[in-house]
Design a protein around this ligand. Structure first.
Ligand SMILES: [Zn+2]
Ligand SMILES: [Zn+2]
Ligand SMILES: [Zn+2]
Length: 266
C-alpha cells in the first residue's frame, strides 16, 4: 500500500495566513517540513480521503495526478476537509465516486441540475464498508469530533493484505462500541491526528497524551505491536512547536510526525 500524505495541518494551515505568532513567523523563515497545508491523503494513487482549498496546490507542487482518483471519501463537513465548489463539476464523470456524511454532501445531493449520470454520490454511515473500484475495502467508524453531529467519520483502509486506519478529525473515542469494533482489526501502520498536542481542553481533537492512551489501548487489544509504525498528522499552529521538536518528543514512544509530501509504503 502506498500512502501519499498531501496535507498535515488543521484548518488554519502553517503559517496561518494572518497569524503573527512566534511559530508562524519561524515557519515563514524556515519553510521545509514546517509548511503545512490542509488535510488530504491519497492511497495507491486512486483513493482520496479529504481535500479542500489546497488540492489545487498539491496538484502543481507535488505533481499529483488527481484525474487518477476514482473514489473520494470525506471524513466530515468542515471546510478544511471538503469544499463542494472544487468537487461538483467532476461528478459529471461517472467513474468518480464520493462517499461522505449527509451534511457534507447535502448541496450535491440536492444540486438543481443534477444529471442522470450522477450515480457516484453516496452517503456513508459509521461502521459501514465499501469496496472501491480498484479493490480497497474502506470501513468507516464514528469520529469523536462534534457532539451535535453523530456521523463524522474516520476510515480504515484495507488493501492487498494490509490495513491502515486514518484517524482524523477526532478526539479520543469515548464510545465503547467504537473500541469494540476496532478490536477486530490488525493494523500495519496507524495514522492519527494530534491537532492540539498539549491543550488541556482539546475540544474533540487529540492531544499527545490522548494519542498515547489510544496507542496503549490498541496494543492491549492486539490491534498493533510495539514496533507498528505510528504517525501523527493534522496539527494546529497553536501547538507552538516546529516539526523537529515534535519528532524529538514523539520518537521515544515509537511515534513519527507526518509532513506534507511524505510517502509511506506499508
Ligand atoms: Zn480538520
Ligand atoms: Zn500562528
Ligand atoms: Zn473538523
Amino acid at each position: 500500500m502506498k500512502i501519499k500524505i498531501l496535507g498535515t495541518a488543521a484548518a488554519e494551515a502553517w503559517p496561518a495566513i494572518f497569524c503573527n505568532c512566534e511559530t508562524c513567523q519561524k515557519v515563514r523563515e524556515l519553510g521545509g517540513k514546517d509548511i503545512r497545508s490542509r488535510s488530504s491523503v491519497i492511497f495507491d494513487d486512486t483513493v482520496l480521503i479529504d481535500g479542500s482549498y489546497d488540492n489545487f496546490m498539491h496538484s502543481i507542487m507535488e505533481g499529483v495526478d488527481f484525474y487518477k482518483i476514482k473514489d473520494v471519501f470525506i471524513t466530515h463537513e468542515h471546510s478544511d476537509h471538503f469544499i463542494y465548489d472544487d468537487y461538483y463539476p467532476f461528478f459529471f464523470y461517472e467513474d468518480l465516486s464520493l462517499y461522505a456524511n449527509e451534511l457534507a454532501i447535502k448541496d450535491l445531493l440536492t444540486y438543481p441540475e443534477k444529471p442522470e449520470t450522477w450515480t457516484g454520490i453516496n452517503v456513508i454511515k459509521p461502521f459501514e464498508s465499501v469496496v472501491t473500484k480498484d479493490g480497497h475495502k474502506i470501513t468507516s467508524i464514528k469520529a469523536e469530533h462534534n457532539p451535535d453531529q453523530v456521523n463524522q467519520l474516520n476510515y480504515i483502509i484495507e488493501f492487498q493484505g494490509k490495513c491502515v486506519p486514518w484517524l482524523t478529525d477526532t478526539g479520543l473515542y469515548e464510545d465503547e462500541k467504537t473500541w469494540e469494533f476496532l478490536s477486530q482489526f490488525k493494523f500495519d501502520t496507524v495514522i492519527s491526528e494530534c491537532t492540539c498536542w498539549r491543550d488541556e481542553k482539546p475540544f474533540y481533537h487529540q492531544t499527545f497524551e490522548g494519542v498515547l492512551k489510544a496507542r496503549e489501548r490498541f496494543l492491549k487489544m492486539g490491534c498493533i505491536k510495539e514496533d507498528t509504525p505510528y504517525y501523527l498528522t493534522h496539527f494546529s499552529h497553536n501547538i507552538k512547536m516546529l516539526h523537529n521538536e515534535m519528532v524529538e518528543i514523539a520518537k521515544p514512544y515509537g511515534i513519527d510526525i507526518c509532513y506534507d509530501g511524505l510517502e509511506i509504503i506499508v
